[in-house]
Design a protein around this ligand. Structure first.
Ligand SMILES: [Zn+2]
Ligand SMILES: [Zn+2]
Length: 114
């Protein structure tokens, strides 16, 4: 009878010992948009991962609704309502889409029309 033994070694960064550490645990990790990766980790790397995980869990959360106030020059607000039908759009570009799709005119065409 033959038996195949799979030996897992740590996928972590180079270890102090400079040798491959046998993995003791398998973790599935996802970072941002990257797909989940299965990592074999030795005890010390798993501990490090636990540290990162606790940081991530307790750290600041990304803002749900990023405020767009900063970095935008505040000029006089351009009207965002449609001069033809009065439809109000949240932004100038949304208004442009509205005028193009509803009235087949770009904003620029409308602005030059008196
Ligand atoms: Zn390791
Ligand atoms: Zn309109």
């Amino acid at each position: 009878m033959k038996r195949v033994r799979v030996e897992a070694y740590c996928d972590g960064p180079p270890h102090a010992s400079d040798e491959e550490e046998p993995a003791v645990v398998e973790r599935t990790m996802t970072i941002d948009d990257a797909g989940p990766a299965v990592l074999d980790l030795c005890a010390s790397c798993d501990q490090a991962l636990g540290y990162w995980r606790s940081l991530v869990e307790s750290g600041p959360k990304p803002e749900a609704a990023p405020k767009r106030r900063r970095g935008r020059p505040k000029g006089p607000a351009l009207p965002t309502y449609c001069p033809i039908c009065g439809h109000e759009s949240p932004t100038r570009s949304a208004l442009g889409q509205h005028t193009r799709s509803r009235h087949e005119k770009g904003l620029l065409d409308l602005d030059t029309e008196e």
